[in-house]
Design a protein around this ligand. Structure first.
Ligand code: FAE
Length: 528
């Protein structure tokens, strides 16, 4: 595999001005194809374009995470976060805000393009990854294929047989999905917390299931044996893993660069898209430095434009383009159909004899699967809380079948988008999570933890999501293959295609749908 590196505008044509003035903002760099973002959908697009021999430029607003800091590590630790942790913040904003009601989790940091962002809207905040690899840099690695019946419910016009026969297997193979060795899982201290939660779920008559991961379990076993540097077993996850995780920079993006046709520009944020008279697309991008200052505004032109900025990034770009009139023919459903995948985080307090262990792997490997309960469908990931001390907490990220959806609207004064999600819509997810965990508490004579999500005795963290989905839903704002309605050769390949809910952790679905889009687009749209 090729070493991951960024390059100058190698191989692209710069037109509009003579070379002496080439750094002026009104110069245009032309590439046959441009991909916005470098998360799952974007990485699939970049690789498949590169393999098809199409020169492709990837524009990513975050940095490339390949250079060790003064501590010798690329990513900072979760227990002592520094500037590398969060995107231009002066204090970290971890999902778990407190412990015993104490503000002991978050730290003051200096402003820097760190790897995790928390984007705030009125009643919902959204965690996203920033950097080459997008969410793959910060996520829990759970690589779950959705239930076929629910996939078919959410995507009635997509051929499920083709998805489950071709694109899901392709996505899993490319992402490097693997499974924990069940014998090791049963024996190791590092998953005691999971076994305790499994027992409590079973006591309530509930089913649990192993979930695959993109974290290399062979590597994790060597961490446990003391023969490899610890990462998942050293509390690393939301601010990046220094080892073990097959993030996109090690899979799709590395292969994309290996084609020789793909170039990645980092710290460049696309802010506007328009269409030239000849039907090509023109992008305006701000290049920032590590203090966040815009040091250059660039213009790019391309024939094929692939949007992979994630549900928030793509929705913002397209809503802005429609409302400011640069792409006025965009469908009215651009910006609509957004949901949280029903996310709710919560903790339970265990009895003193039910120790969860001071040692906890950060990579979840099991879920409580009650999706088949049509009265209250929930899939709850058994999440780690690695503090290095016994704390008797069982933590969960519940994915509920919340049917609520919201839309992005354009805030003309701020030049950005608003999200119309309300607290009442979150309450629907809470109601469903509560039904399931009330059952578990009743069966085990346990109670909720009140101290983990801020000072107000909040039990259910319903004000953030890890799984933003929708905003440019497949078959609504786009055709059935992600082609944006009204604009030829403009495509969406990311989580904004998924209609607000998929019932499990979403990146395998996003990757598989992007594979499907690219197979169709390369066969039909790029022929000479
Ligand atoms: P995404 O991965 O978000 O990539 C978008 C990229 O585009 C980012 O790198 C942005 O910086 C960049 N970008 C955005 N706007 C612009 C712009 N205007 N110009 C240039 N660049 C731009 O998109 N999912 C799972 O399946 N399993 C898990 O275990 C899991 N755990 C998670 C844990 C955490 C803490 C978080 C935050 C998420 C987790 N997720 C998990 C969700 C998963 O990471 C997410 O669904 C995918 O990353 C979404 O993929 P996209 O391709 O949509």
């Amino acid at each position: 595999m090729a070493a991951l590196q960024t390059a100058a505008t190698l191989g692209f044509t710069r037109v509009g001005l003579d070379s002496a003035r080439a750094a002026e903002p009104d110069a245009v760099d032309n590439a046959p194809a441009i991909v916005v973002g470098s998360g799952y959908g974007a990485a699939v697009a970049a690789l498949r374009l590169g393999q098809a021999g199409i020169r492709t430029l990837v524009l990513e607003m975050g940095r490339l995470w390949n250079t060790p800091g003064s501590d010798g590590k690329v990513f900072c630790s979760t227990s002592a976060p520094d500037q590398r942790s969060m995107w231009f913040r002066t204090r970290t904003e971890a999902p778990l805000a407190s412990f015993l009601w104490l503000d002991v989790v978050n730290r003051d940091i200096s402003r820097y393009p760190g790897v995790l962002d928390r984007v705030h809207f009125a009643d919902m905040s959204v965690f996203v990854g920033r950097g080459v690899g997008g969410g793959s840099l910060v996520n829990g690695g759970m690589a779950v294929t959705p239930l076929r019946s629910y996939f078919a419910e959410q995507f009635p016009t997509v051929d499920a047989a083709e998805m489950y026969g071709t694109y899901f297997p392709r996505a899993r193979a490319m992402l490097g999905v693997n499974n924990v060795d069940p014998a090791w899982f049963e024996a190791t201290d590092w998953y005691r917390f999971t076994r305790v939660s499994r027992k409590h779920a079973q006591n309530a008559g509930l089913r649990t299931t192993f979930v695959p991961s993109v974290y290399d379990f062979g590597y994790m076993q060597r961490e446990a044996a003391g023969t490899a540097a610890k990462s998942a077993l050293a509390g690393e996850v939301i601010y990046g893993n220094n080892q073990g995780k097959r993030s996109l920079d090690k899979t799709y993006l590395s292969s994309a660069l290996g084609t020789g046709n793909v170039t990645i520009h980092t710290l460049e944020k696309v802010r506007a898209i328009s269409r030239a008279a000849d039907g090509t697309y023109v992008l305006t991008a701000d290049r920032i430095d590590v203090t966040g200052n815009v040091v250059e505004t660039k213009q790019y032109g391309c024939t094929y434009l692939f949007l992979g900025g994630g549900s928030l990034g793509t929705s913002e770009l397209l809503v802005r383009a429609r409302e400011t009139g640069t792409l006025p023919a965009l469908d009215a459903r651009v910006g609509a159909g957004w949901g949280t995948n029903g996310n709710v985080m919560l903790g339970r307090a265990n009895h003193l004899w039910d120790t969860v262990g001071a040692n906890q792997s950060t990579m979840p490997v099991m879920g409580i699967d009650d999706w088949a309960n049509t009265a209250n469908p929930v899939f709850a990931e058994i999440a780690p809380l690695p503090t290095g001390l016994e704390h008797w907490v069982s933590l969960y990220l519940a994915i509920t079948k919340n049917p609520q959806r919201a839309a992005f609207t354009y805030d003309r004064a701020a030049g950005t988008v608003k999200l119309g999600w309300s607290a009442a819509q979150s309450a629907v997810s809470v109601g469903m999570a509560k039904k399931l965990f009330d059952r578990i508490n009743a069966a085990n004579a346990t109670m909720y933890r009140y101290d983990l999500f801020g000072g107000s005795n909040k039990v259910f963290a319903d004000d953030f999501t890890y799984h933003p989905l929708g905003g440019c839903v497949l078959g609504q704002a786009t055709d059935d293959h992600g082609r944006v309605k009204g604009y030829p050769r403009l495509y969406v390949t990311d989580g904004s295609l998924v209609p607000g809910s998929i019932g499990v952790n979403p990146f395998v679905t996003i990757t598989a749908l992007a594979e499907r889009t690219m197979a169709r687009v390369l066969a039909e749209d790029t022929a000479p």
